[in-house]
Design a protein around this ligand. Structure first.
Ligand SMILES: [Zn+2]
Length: 330
């Protein structure tokens, strides 16, 4: 039931687009039961099941060591194959570009099966991404942050910065089409390039937050929300900054970091591009020189044939002495 256009769209866009279905109970301030963490995989052959368990277990260890908070329940991973729908698992409204879903109230990750969809190389990133959603919900205790926080956290954990993403942001800055952070809440209704840009900006916004306030700032913000503050109040308490001002500051950061002048000045893409231009120019110039030498050689051979019977020297062409000394075959 999934058409060719859907498969090709996987190649065209970031494959991490996902849905979060939230609802977990608070765990901060409560004694955690003994570790009952485990991974249960449904819809996979033994090889895929083992690989999935390994990826989830390693990612969980990393998240736990960073935050001091891990899961004490089983994480269920369900692979959705062709002929199955996400909606039957996630409860509806799964966007057709979606590739995975994190259902926090069930500690469940559902994703398209790499056996049926071209996502094999991205499997580890997708699992890390979805597990990070579950984990953020765990540390926030079911409180809802803005969507960019969820997607930014998940992408930062899965290292989802793709080749060419900075060009996409630069183009959006140049055309004035960047997305305000508050609008990213509606990402599930976005399509194509706008959805992709929303994810890229979420990644950058979380990176900017972590650079400014660090992991401790994020954990403090989570604990403050656990105490009952809403996002804006918790943000102020944890960072000392007004959230509205932070959004403006981030928009300014995007404009400054990704304007064409500064962007071209320090991005590695520019230097790769410049190196390619240099190599192309060198090859073009070298070929042109070879063509000229070959033309001269042909001309001289012809002149030799024309003048030899008369036993006269052929005329020198302007500047020809230098050339004659270095012409091939002479
Ligand atoms: Zn996501």
């Amino acid at each position: 039931m999934f058409g060719r256009s859907l498969q090709s769209s996987f190649r065209a866009v970031i494959v991490m687009f996902c849905v979060i279905v939230c609802g977990v109970v608070s765990v901060y301030g409560k004694a955690q039961p003994e570790n009952r963490f485990g991974v249960q995989v449904v819809g996979a052959d033994p090889e895929l099941r083992e690989r999935t368990q390994q990826i989830i277990t390693e990612a969980h260890e990393t998240l736990k060591s960073r935050s001091g908070l891990g899961f004490n329940d089983t994480i269920d991973v369900v692979y959705v194959m062709k002929g199955q729908t996400f909606d039957s698992i996630a409860g509806g409204h799964f966007p057709d570009w979606g590739i995975g879903v994190a259902i926090t109230e069930k500690n469940l990750i559902a994703l398209r099966s790499p056996r049926d969809y071209p996502i094999g190389g991205q499997l580890a990133n997708i699992l890390r991404h979805e597990l990070a959603h579950l984990h953020l919900e765990l540390i926030l205790g079911g409180h809802r942050p803005p969507r960019w926080v969820h997607e930014g956290y998940a992408q930062q954990f899965a290292h989802e910065w793709n080749f060419g993403d900075d060009w996409k942001v630069a183009r959006a800055v140049f055309t004035g089409s960047t997305i305000p952070l508050s609008d990213i809440n509606g990402v599930n209704s976005f399509q194509g390039a706008r959805a992709e840009l929303a994810y890229i900006q979420s990644y950058l916004a979380m990176g900017h937050f972590l650079q400014k306030y660090g992991w401790d700032g994020l954990m403090l913000l989570a604990r403050t929300m656990q105490d009952g503050d809403n996002w804006d109040a918790a943000f102020m308490a944890a960072t000392g900054a007004d959230y509205a001002a932070y959004q403006e500051e981030f928009a300014e950061y995007l404009s400054e970091r990704f304007n064409w002048a500064s962007f071209l000045g320090d991005t590695i893409l520019f230097w790769i591009f410049a190196a390619l231009i240099f190599v192309a120019l060198y090859i073009w110039k070298r070929r042109r020189s070879k063509r000229r030498l070959a033309d001269w050689k042909r001309q001289e051979d012809l002149e030799d044939v024309l003048y030899a019977p008369f036993d006269i020297q052929r005329p020198q062409r302007p500047g020809g002495s230098e050339h004659d000394d270095s012409s091939p075959g002479r």
